[in-house]
Ligand binder design. Structure first.
Ligand SMILES: C[S@@+](CC[C@H](N)C(=O)[O-])C[C@H]1O[C@@H](n2cnc3c(N)ncnc32)[C@H](O)[C@@H]1O
Length: 740
């Protein structure tokens, strides 16, 4: 039964009836079995499998011995094997001619192929027994000599022996045809590896596979680094400015961005001599906007905020979503138990960092994290790592009265409740009715029972309720720190949005301060936070509050993050602003965030500021206030004009004297130096102190000559005259100093 081997030469296969007979050839047995000869050459795959199998020690010793025997070489005894090994070593060291061993009659090595070297090196470093090593070499040498000497396969005995080995191994060669043999080259290490890996992959544990992937990545990184190095070398040549007509692909744009950054980093040396620094910066800005899809306005803002190299890092990080994090609800479970429960469900997670005891970072999950039984039971809430920071800074205490002024959807508010263990009372407020519903849902799920959820405009909250021990203001903002989450920010923001935001933020912050009780025995702290990286929405707002209320900045208690700005471009903020904290996606691997902690030391609201607050409220309808940051930052014309009106002296003697002259004399507002000898001013001009960091010991008092009814016209005139005199003397002094 079955098909019979055709020992006679059959030139053509006869077509049969069935499918099998059409496809399958008659079995062919090695010719050696018939007449001791075989002209079948080994395919590359066969050779690889052979070498690998031996290397792995898969083949039994006897099989290999058989092969060696059939090679007609006297290597059956262990002594002989030793000899082969010795010869191999000698060949390596060049002590003997490659063909001086007993195989010299057929083993003629001219040069070693890459595979040969590769297998040898890997075998050398392995722990396989020496016998196998020598055998591999012998066989590989056979392969190489066969190929490289171009020995006629049909007459070659050893070739048969290797093919024989394949048959012993029982491997199916049906996929190896003649064309395979023609392509038989051992030149590409990479393809070798790939094939090796494919074969090996089946045997590997998942962790080993991951390790392999990591190694691959490392290799790729090395290659990239090399390419970058080359790029840097190339960039030593002068960068060619693109012509206006030239059309660039996205790749060209990316390359050009890097090149321009390099030129700008060493401008004098690397510039082309034709274009100015501004030309380069403009080109870079244009390219960045094209590449990352930002509008000009926001890119200007970021370019003012970050040095160029950091800017690219920030933009790159803003393209990638931050790792998903969850917060353990300690009202219901412990982090360890939650982690274990989620791991059991196939979630791959870790603690978020040493700085948090409740955060877990989730690398991968086989189930949606918003639908696990643990989630539904309220054991955790999905919350960005940076969202934990403001509540940590607030450090709420049990039994306190706490207000979260902008609470929806309730992530931070529920964190507060968990920390104070459902004691005291938490007011969770939000102006948006629909979003308040989310607070209700979350609080139910998380088991929060100490809260009052309300729906007021935060600016009006002091009229509703005051006297809180702590207030959290997680203010609405432009969201420039969370671009990865909401890429629409890239193109949707303009100057008006920022202005609208910081006006609202300033008013909300003043209201939050007014809600706090300075006489609280446990607190009287206000934490202000935003997910924006723009100073207009952060330092600027805090600086404003420092001037308008009896508050001071205190340490946030967060031991990481970068310090807030004290200087930003031409602007100077109160020095204590370095106590605030900034977080960036590119440096802290979390959303861009800002956190400031204020302590209220008096419930008295400085009187003069009410008028300005009203002014600020007016600006919510898109009017610009005098100290509007965007006004000063973006509109260079008003700054110059203002400077001309205000600036009288600067720096040299560390005193700033400012005089406002807006139109007619009746509108005049003046700022005068509060010198000790200036009794006139001390007596009459007891208005709010302006906390300018540049005052350095001198306080400036504000005189509103028009509105102040407390002093006579006479005193008013005297004050102005004395002030003018002072200014003249200062000017003179400065003039002489400058001359010197
Ligand atoms: C950044 S979100 C707050 C996120 C919240 N703290 C949390 O952790 O889940 C800002 C919130 O401020 C609210 N909001 C905007 N204007 C407000 C106002 N005038 N008074 C109170 N809340 C306001 C928005 O509805 C929004 O829910």
């Amino acid at each position: 039964m079955g098909r019979k081997a055709q020992f006679a030469e059959v030139s053509k296969q006869k077509p049969g009836h069935g499918k099998k007979t059409k496809k399958q050839k008659d079995p062919v047995f090695p010719k050696l079995l018939v007449n001791g000869q075989d002209n079948k050459k080994l395919s590359r795959r066969q050779k690889q499998r052979l070498a690998k199998a031996i290397k792995k020690g898969r083949r039994s010793l006897s099989n290999v011995e058989d092969i060696v025997n059939t090679n007609a070489v006297n290597e059956s005894s262990s002594n002989d094997n030793l000899t082969v090994l010795k010869n191999r070593k000698k060949r390596k060291s060049g002590d003997i001619n490659d063909t001086l061993d007993e195989n010299s009659s057929w083993l003629k090595l001219k040069k070693k192929s890459s595979l040969n070297k590769k297998v040898k090196s890997s075998v050398d470093s392995s722990t396989f027994d020496e016998w196998n090593v020598s055998t591999i070499d012998t066989i590989e040498d056979t392969i190489n000599s066969t190929e490289e000497n171009g020995i006629d396969d049909s007459n070659d005995e050893e070739t048969f022996k290797i093919s024989n080995l394949n048959e012993i191994d029982g491997e199916d060669d049906s996929d190896d045809d003649g064309s395979d043999n023609e392509k038989d080259e051992f030149s590409s290490d990479v393809s070798e590896e790939n094939i090796d890996e494919q074969n090996d992959d089946e045997d590997l544990l998942p962790i080993e596979k991951e390790n392999r992937v990591l190694k691959k990545q490392k290799k790729q990184e090395q290659k990239d680094a090399q390419a970058e190095l080359q790029l840097n070398i190339d960039q030593q040549e002068v960068f060619q400015f693109p012509s206006e007509e030239s059309v660039a692909t996205l790749q060209d744009v990316q390359q050009r961005m890097r090149e321009v950054v390099v030129v700008l980093s060493n401008f004098n040396k690397l510039r082309d001599g034709i274009h100015s620094r501004k030309d380069y910066i403009d080109l870079l800005k244009k390219d960045i906007c094209t590449y990352y899809s930002y509008n000009d306005f926001l890119m200007d803002k970021f370019m003012q905020l970050f040095p160029l190299s950091e800017l690219l890092e920030f933009l790159e990080a803003s393209e990638v979503q931050r790792p998903l994090t969850i917060r353990t609800n300690t009202l219901k479970t412990r982090r360890r138990d939650l982690a274990q429960a989620l791991i059991n469900r196939g979630v791959n997670l870790d603690p978020v960092g040493k700085w948090s005891k409740v955060g877990l970072v989730v690398y991968s999950s086989q189930i949606p994290l918003g639908a696990t039984p643990e989630y539904l039971a309220g054991h955790y809430i999905i919350q960005g790592a940076s969202s934990l920071l403001p509540v940590m800074a607030l450090a709420p205490q049990e039994n306190e009265r706490i207000l979260d002024m902008c609470a929806a959807p309730g992530g931070k508010a529920s964190h507060i409740s968990a920390i104070i263990k459902n004691t005291g009372i938490l007011f969770a407020n939000d102006a948006n009715k629909d979003r308040v519903k989310a607070v209700v849902g979350n609080f139910h799920r998380l088991g929060i029972v100490n809260s009052v959820i309300c729906n007021y405009d935060g600016r009006k909250f002091p009229e509703v309720l005051k006297g809180f021990d702590r207030v959290l203001l997680d203010a609405p903002c432009t969201g420039t720190g969370v671009i990865a989450k909401d890429p629409s920010v890239k193109t949707s923001k303009d100057e008006q949005d920022i202005q609208r935001c910081f006006n609202l933020q300033r008013q909300l912050l003043l209201a939050a301060i007014d809600c706090a009780n300075a006489k609280s025995t446990t607190g009287s702290y206000i934490v202000y936070s935003t997910c924006s990286v723009l100073p207009e929405e952060n330092e600027w707002v805090i600086d404003f509050a420092l001037k308008k209320r009896n508050v001071k900045l205190v340490d946030t208690g967060l031991d990481f993050g970068t310090e807030g700005f004290v200087h930003y471009r031409q602007h100077r903020f109160h020095p204590s602003l370095k106590l605030t904290r900034r977080f960036y996606p590119h440096t802290h691997n979390m959303d861009g965030f800002f956190v400031a902690k204020l302590k209220k030391f008096s419930n008295v609201i400085p009187k003069t500021s009410t008028e300005e607050e009203n002014d600020a409220e007016d600006t919510i309808n898109n009017e610009r206030t005098q100290d509007s940051p965007t006004n000063e930052i973006n509109n260079k014309e008003p700054i110059k004009k203002q400077m001309k009106e205000i600036s009288i002296t600067k720096k040299q003697d560390n005193i700033k004297l400012n005089l406002f002259k807006n139109g007619s004399k009746t509108e005049t507002t003046s700022l005068a130096l509060n010198d000790k000898d200036n009794k006139l001013k001390n007596k009459t001009l007891n208005k709010s102190v302006i906390n300018s960091p540049s005052n350095k010991g001198h306080s400036l008092k504000k005189i509103n000559t028009n509105k102040s009814k407390s002093f006579s016209k006479d005193v008013e005139q005297k004050a102005i005259q004395k002030l003018k005199k002072n200014i003249a003397t200062k000017k003179k002094k400065i003039g002489t100093l400058k001359k010197k």
